[in-house]
Design a protein around this ligand. Structure first.
Ligand code: NAD
Length: 438
């Protein structure tokens, strides 16, 4: 593409993306914004932060002037990545746990993205918003109800959006189901089933015989500790916070076996990690209900041997799709009565315009089948135009709140726990996420 063609494509991209967040920026504003680079600082450049960094650098007009990590070697690696990609070597902040405050205070950043361990997500986001920056956080955004409210109140007080970068919402099949749900293919929606089911036992123990940050959380917490990959898409399909809202949940966990067994196999049965107790039950099951009568079964299973599966059963009055095992049945549409057909062809038939527009770049430049690229592209476009982010702070708080609410319910043997309304009533009038391209 020559420069003019590339610029035209970029302008088209910016103008159309305005509609994505429903703010409808004028074409003139889009043109002006196309000139404007987006400058992002990154806090936490370990595994995920490094992937985010590379994807951000692949987006047009994005620069990374600063990186932060408590591990100086990680910060140096990130500086090298930026330089090798042709950017100016970013300044590194590696002087302790709160050095991110200094990064957030720079006057040459538009946004701060964090991919630290979970307990630092809210502190970094609060620091970023208070310093007048957009916040983008890895999942979950918060671990306690207090942190959820802190995010909401700080975003409202500063006027700075905070987006939890839930990449699963931008998977090809998830986006296609978004269209199917909106076009009423499944009739009126009724029930969802999903879960983060991923054998990550190798991530919980260090080779030297200690617990990693994830392992420490699993040793101390019992509930659904990683709900957002599963609930994010469901919340969008079901218009949660946009016409409906979660009102309550109940959660139970099985006994805990997987972590101890894994530690015994790795370190020997006499090792302290093979003898200690772990709070987290192997399989957690949470039931949620919405004001308008949708129900959700949510699983959390990261401690047992198993293939990866997010499930994604979406059921309506006309039929259902079961993404995980590639099945669908839709009344009067499926070829044979009461007989499953494959779900995969529906993904192409109902391809989402956002996917159609970004597929090539997304698959080339972002992990998770392209979802990582699209979520960052959507974040950056909102920053560029000074617009609301497509996943807003209320989504971040609502989806993350399942962590503390499920822990509360598990500790009370599955008692029903009420869901706070982080939107303060705005869920009744908020418009659903529009189905538009990039
Ligand atoms: N969305 C996804 O698909 C996806 C995938 C993987 C991980 N994640 C999320 O990304 C986050 C990071 O996961 P990871 O696997 O990269 O972990 P990691 O341990 O590899 O990286 C975390 C980094 O944060 C740094 N860090 C810790 N405390 C810090 C602080 N106070 N200030 C600055 N840096 C600090 C660590 O030194 C480390 O380099 C987690 O929240 C995880 O849930 C999301």
């Amino acid at each position: 593409m020559d420069d003019r063609a590339s610029r035209r494509a970029f302008l088209r991209h910016s103008a159309l993306a305005a509609a994505t967040v429903g703010l409808g920026a004028a074409a003139g504003r889009a043109e002006e914004s196309a000139e404007k680079p987006v400058r992002v600082g990154i806090v936490g450049v370990g595994n995920r932060g490094s992937a985010i960094l590379r994807t951000l650098l692949s987006l047009p007009g994005v620069s990374v002037p600063a990186v932060c990590d408590i591990d100086p070697a990680a910060a140096t690696r990130a500086q090298d990545v930026v330089e090798k990609a042709g950017g100016r070597r970013p300044q590194a902040y590696a002087a302790g746990e709160r050095d991110f405050d200094n990064l957030c205070g720079r006057d040459d950043l538009d946004a701060v993205v964090t991919a630290t361990p979970w307990e630092w997500h809210t502190p970094v986001m609060l620091s970023a918003m208070r310093a007048g920056k957009y916040g983008g956080t890895e999942v979950p955004a918060a671990l306690s109800i207090q942190e959820c409210w802190d995010l909401v109140k700080t975003s409202e007080a500063t006027g700075k959006p905070c987006m939890m970068l839930e990449n699963v919402n931008y998977f090809e099949n998830v986006l296609a189901l978004m269209r199917m749900a909106r076009e009423g293919v499944l009739g009126e929606l009724l029930h969802f089933e999903a879960g983060y089911q991923h054998d990550c036992r190798y991530l919980y123990f260090t080779d030297s015989g200690g617990l990693t940050w994830r392992g420490r959380h699993l040793a101390e917490m019992n509930g659904n500790l990683y709900p957002t990959h599963a609930i994010g898409p469901i919340a969008w399909w079901g218009n949660v916070n946009r016409g409906d809202r979660f009102v309550s949940l109940s959660s139970v966990s099985t006994k805990s076996r997987g972590l101890k067994a894994f530690a015994a196999a790795k370190f020997g049965p006499e090792h302290p990690l093979a003898k200690q107790e772990y709070a987290m039950g192997d399989v957690n099951t949470t039931l949620l209900r919405t004001e308008k009568g949708l129900t959700v079964t949510l699983y959390f299973d990261m401690c047992t041997p198993r293939p990866y599966d997010l499930i994604f059963r979406v059921q309506g009055t006309n039929g259902l799709c079961m993404v995980g095992n590639d099945k669908a049945y839709i009344d009067k549409m499926s070829p044979e009565k009461d007989t499953w057909e494959p779900f995969a062809p529906y993904v192409k038939k109902y391809a989402h315009p956002l996917w159609n527009d970004l597929e090539a770049a997304a698959v080339k430049n972002g992990g998770h089948g392209g979802g990582d690229y699209i979520v960052l592209q959507q974040f950056v476009e909102a920053v560029r135009r000074g617009a609301q982010t497509p996943q807003d702070v209320y989504d971040a708080a609502t989806w993350s709140a399942i962590v503390p609410l499920s822990m509360d319910s598990v500790s009370k043997k599955g008692a029903l726990v009420e869901f706070p309304d982080f939107t303060g009533g705005k869920w009744e009038t908020n418009a659903p996420i529009p189905i538009v391209g990039a």
